[in-house]
Design a protein around this ligand. Structure first.
Ligand code: AKG
Length: 276
């Protein structure tokens, strides 16, 4: 299948809402291959795993990330799967560098929500052409942990304090304690006060969203349906290296040839995947 491109309407939606749904962003051969990676990682996770209930077939919120260097399928997807082109179009960036990949799995009967949060404070970057492409690997709706967003929450450039995601044993830094920013408001306590948009997605659909957009997801209350996705993280033209306390330790100051304020021009760590 030819690489999907965004319509003007999808780009304008992304700019206005901070998120856009992209139907049929990846074809089923990618979905099958990536679901194979999910199965493998569930059994043999990387050092960057977060797993609330190892080995369980139910009630398990599992994430693994930064696999692109060692996993051939993820590497192929990053470079050839077309997600970088979507990120570039959405942010109107002339180049798109890759940051990291993130598998997110909720087995049936996983009550744990994904807490409301914004991605930017977790990452050692600053900029507004920074986004994620969350690709559904299974069909999912509100009952099975479909993603929710606060529409337009990227626009006022507020930075929110990081939230804790499940267990954090594999993370050397105490992210929540160290992170700056405003506390995320208690959105669940007053959902009607917010412009919440949620999506039913089919496997192969993607959600492209700004690193500044507040988002979260309910638990997976389906009795028999796994919810799996891969989020790829992307750095556009204006992304600059911004190391600070409490960021994701997968890429730290020791790993890059950059000084604070530099563009993300370390090709070894943040390869250019798309260029106009
Ligand atoms: O899939 C989820 O539950 C959370 C996804 C997310 O927060 C992200 O991709 O940034």
């Amino acid at each position: 299948m030819a690489t999907r491109t965004l319509t003007n309407d999808e780009i304008e939606t992304f700019e206005r809402d901070g998120v856009a749904l992209v139907r049929e962003a990846a074809d089923m051969s990618w979905i099958d291959r990536l679901n194979g990676v999910v199965e493998t990682q569930l059994c043999e996770p990387s050092r960057w795993v977060n797993d609330a209930n190892p080995g369980a077939e139910r009630d398990r919120f599992f994430t693994d990330r930064y696999l692109w260097r060692d996993n051939a399928a993820i590497n192929a997807f990053v470079f050839n799967g077309g997600m970088g082109a979507l990120a570039a179009q959405a942010t109107r960036s002339t180049t798109m560098r890759f940051y990291f990949d993130h598998l997110l799995v909720k087995e049936p009967g996983t009550a744990t929500p994904t807490p409301w949060h914004q991605d930017i404070p977790y990452w050692p970057f600053m900029g507004h052409q920074i986004c994620s492409v969350w690709l559904a690997l299974t069909d999912c709706d509100a009952r099975s942990s479909g993603l929710e967003f606060i529409r337009g929450s990227h626009a006022d450039r507020t930075i929110y304090k990081p939230e804790v995601f499940g267990e954090r044993e594999n993370h050397p830094s105490a992210w929540q304690a160290e992170g700056g920013g405003k506390p995320v408001p208690d959105i669940e306590a007053d959902r009607d006060a917010y412009d919440i948009v949620s999506y039913d997605t089919r496997a192969g659909d993607a959600l492209v969203f700004s690193a500044w957009t507040l988002h979260g997801a309910p638990g997976n209350s389906s009795p028999d349906h796994r919810r799996a996705a891969i989020s790829t993280r992307w750095l556009g033209d204006d992304a600059v290296w911004f190391p600070h306390d409490g960021t994701d330790p997968t890429v730290s100051e020791d790993d890059v040839d950059l000084n604070a304020g530099d563009p993300a021009h370390d090709d070894r760590v943040f390869p250019v995947v798309w260029a106009n």
